[in-house]
Design a protein around this ligand. Structure first.
Ligand code: FAS
Ligand code: PHB
Length: 395
């Protein structure tokens, strides 16, 4: 098989990259380890930044998102027995977020890809990116019981944190930056109407809880739990009791419960691999970086990376100009580290850390008070949360 860009991974990064490249007349083949059904039903991110919404809309894959997505103009921080609304319309006028599940974005991108006659090979195995140190990289893999090879000009490593691409880069080339948190998130998808119009980030002595949603009839919740927590310890009744204990902390507000459709535990980690490229292999999305989901940045960062990579590849194919490709990693990492800091900051602001002494807890309380009473502080949160705008190529 021969193509221009071999894309490993059919998550948001790989699928959006394939779509954006096609719009620029650049061919690609996407290979994915899991089945189509699996990737289209994997419940993950839920919040799209304004820039991601604009990218999907302008790329012609935003029609259902604009129809079904929930546009929100604020979020609530809830602590000390009070709710504090971060009002985007006041702090960052004209910018909002859209609540639209990652699996819906994936479905829309797969549908667009297949409708355009693009290729996605699902359920591949033993994927090996090769020869990316020279001008003729290739990817070998097994598909439908047969060993295959894709010859390409470039390889895009969009295979997530647990993929193979990052690890095929020779030792000593990459520098890793890693931070683990002393807790995880228990995520819950429930067949119940949200008890709030907007997202609620709540913290009290019992820990952190997040009330999000997917639609007017589908709610999404998260609970801070121990990092090695076993989901078997969390029957549905206990989940609802704990969510109520952490969210029902302002007078007159109550949480509606309902059937739990799905529950699972996600580890919390901050991670960056630098640089995000080596030879003709380019890493994008979770393959290159991970953020704790508190800032709702993961999916949005992936979209930003592939926007940068598309511009760089388009310049190379148009004129042989390689400076944007050479500068890919640097162009991404500025945004990556901004999102890393914001995600770490939101996580430390809102979670209970067992290691905190009395002084640390007073600092946290003071910072929470400052964020809720200072326009400058809440504007900083708002502009990071709705996103810092789309990539603008230097050209
Ligand atoms: P992805 O991991 O989404 O996609 C990588 C793809 O590559 C997968 O489909 C995988 O099957 C495939 N792959 C892996 N190895 C391969 C191989 N060897 N060959 C071929 N294919 C291979 N972000 C938020 O903003 N909010 C959240 O609430 C949130 N919750 C999350 C919960 C979980 C459990 C996880 C793991 C992540 C969560 N994230 C969240 C982050 C998540 O949304 C990512 O940022 C987003 O999926 C990034 O997209 P990709 O970079 O495409 O990586
Ligand atoms: C979600 O709806 O899945 C979600 C929303 C906000 C976050 C994390 C996850 O910060």
């Amino acid at each position: 098989m021969r193509t221009q860009v071999a894309i490993i991974g059919a998550g948001p990064a790989g699928l959006l990259l394939a779509h954006l490249l096609r719009l620029r007349g650049i061919e690609s083949v996407v290979i994915e380890a899991r089945s189509r059904d699996y990737v289209e039903h994997r419940v993950r991110a839920g919040v799209l930044e304004q820039g991601t919404v604009d990218t999907l809309t302008d790329a012609g894959v935003g029609e259902r998102m604009l129809r079904e997505g929930l546009v929100h103009h604020g979020i609530e921080l809830r602590f000390g027995g009070q709710g504090h609304r971060i009002a985007f319309e006041k702090l960052v006028p004209g910018r909002a977020i859209t609540v639209y599940g990652q699996q819906e974005v994936v479905k829309d991108l797969i549908a667009a890809r297949l409708e355009a006659g693009g290729e996605i090979l699902f359920e591949v195995a033993d994927v090996v990116p090769e020869e990316f140190g020279g001008p003729s990289p290739q990817v070998s893999f097994t598909h439908e019981g047969e060993r295959k090879v894709i010859q390409a000009d470039f390889i895009a490593g969009c295979d997530g944190f647990h993929g193979v691409c990052r690890d095929t880069i020779p030792a000593g080339v990459l520098t890793f930056f890693d931070k683990e948190y002393p807790f995880g998130w228990l995520g819950v998808l429930a067949d119940v109407a949200p008890s709030s119009e907007e997202l609620i980030y709540s913290s009290n002595a019992r820990g952190f809880a997040l009330h999000s949603m997917r639609s007017p009839t589908l709610s999404r919740f998260y609970l801070q739990v121990a990092p090695d927590e076993d989901i078997a310890n969390w029957p549905d009744d206990r989940i609802w009791d704990e969510l109520a204990a952490r969210l029902e902390t302002v007078p007159g507000w109550s949480l509606a419960a309902g059937p739990v459709l799905e529950k699972g535990i996600t580890a919390m980690r901050s991670f960056v691999a630098e640089p995000m490229q080596h030879g003709r292999l380019y890493l994008a999305g979770d393959a290159a970086h991970i953020v704790p989901p508190t800032g709702a940045k993961g999916l949005n960062l992936a979209a930003f990376d592939v926007t940068v990579l598309t511009e760089a590849l388009a310049a190379w194919y148009a004129s042989g100009e390689g400076s944007l490709l050479d500068g890919y990693s640097q162009a991404c990492l500025r945004r990556v580290w901004r999102a890393q800091h914001f995600s770490w900051w939101m996580t430390t602001l809102l979670h209970s850390f067992g290691s905190y002494d009395a002084y640390d807890r007073r600092l946290q309380e003071s910072y929470r008070d400052y964020v809720c009473t200072s326009d400058a502080a809440s504007t900083s949160l708002a502009e990071n949360y709705v996103g810092l705008g789309r990539y603008r190529s230097p050209a």
